[in-house]
Design a protein around this ligand. Structure first.
Ligand code: HEC
Length: 202
């Protein structure tokens, strides 16, 4: 056998090719083709050990500790339960209608005085924003119209969207305050009418 002549038997489980000094796997030959017996690179071996460790930890967490976040279905149920608990009852089937409870109107007044009055004035007479005491409205005078303006704003005209800053209930409170307490009053310095005259109550 030609190959055997140039092999140096080391007594180990590999042989050395005397010509090239390559390490070859012993007794592993096919049609004269031999396979090198190189060590695997360290990074590869470590990757392999890490996957073994990961697998063991994963199995322990799954079958022994029965950890919730390894089960998609349970994780989904948990997330849904959490979401259901943070959405207030009102927002689930939120109805856009004028709130007349004094507590809601008081909350609306507070929001108006802290955010809206810089542009609409405390008494709603109007400054940068239109007068809200008169019967003239640019975007409509229904509770839905106003809720929509407060939610989405009219950015190009300088009215800010409040959908991120105020909850739906808060937006409804402040709109109700405008309808119930500001509209129809006489402000100190009313701004000239803007928009169209509208039937009131709508
Ligand atoms: C930075 C100034 C500014 C602030 C703050 C502001 N608005 Fe306005 N608002 C405007 C302007 C300007 C308009 C007119 C938009 C237009 O011409 O289309 C307007 C329009 C409106 C309208 C529609 C009026 C109409 O005639 O149709 C409503 C309702 C309204 N604002 C409510 C509010 C509420 C409620 C707040 C507070 C949460 C608020 N605004 C805060 C500037 C402001």
């Amino acid at each position: 056998m030609a190959t055997e002549d140039k092999m140096k038997n080391t007594g180990q489980d590999y042989e050395i090719d005397t010509l090239t000094n390559d390490r070859l796997i012993k007794d592993h030959e096919y049609d004269g083709i031999r396979e090198l017996d190189n060590d695997l690179p360290p990074w590869w071996k470590w990757l392999f050990y890490i996957t073994i460790a990961f697998g063991i930890i994963y199995m322990v967490r799954m079958f022994v500790l029965d950890s919730d976040d390894l089960y998609q279905e349970r994780e989904y149920q948990k997330a849904m339960a959490e979401a259901a608990s943070v959405v207030p009852e009102k927002a689930k089937n939120f109805e856009i209608k004028v709130l007349t409870d004094e507590s809601d109107l008081a909350a609306g007044k507070e929001i108006f005085a802290s955010i809206c009055k810089v542009c609409h004035l405390d008494d709603g007479g109007g400054l940068v924003g239109p007068n809200m005491t008169d019967d003239y409205w640019i975007h409509g005078n229904t509770v839905e119209d106003m809720f929509n303006v407060v939610t989405n704003g009219v950015i190009e005209k300088g009215m800010i969207p409040y959908k991120d800053q105020l909850s739906p209930t808060q937006r409804l409170q402040v709109v109700s305050y405008i309808i119930e307490k500001i509209h129809g009053t006489t402000p100190a310095a009313p701004k000239a009418p803007q928009g169209e005259q509208m039937e009131w109550p709508y």
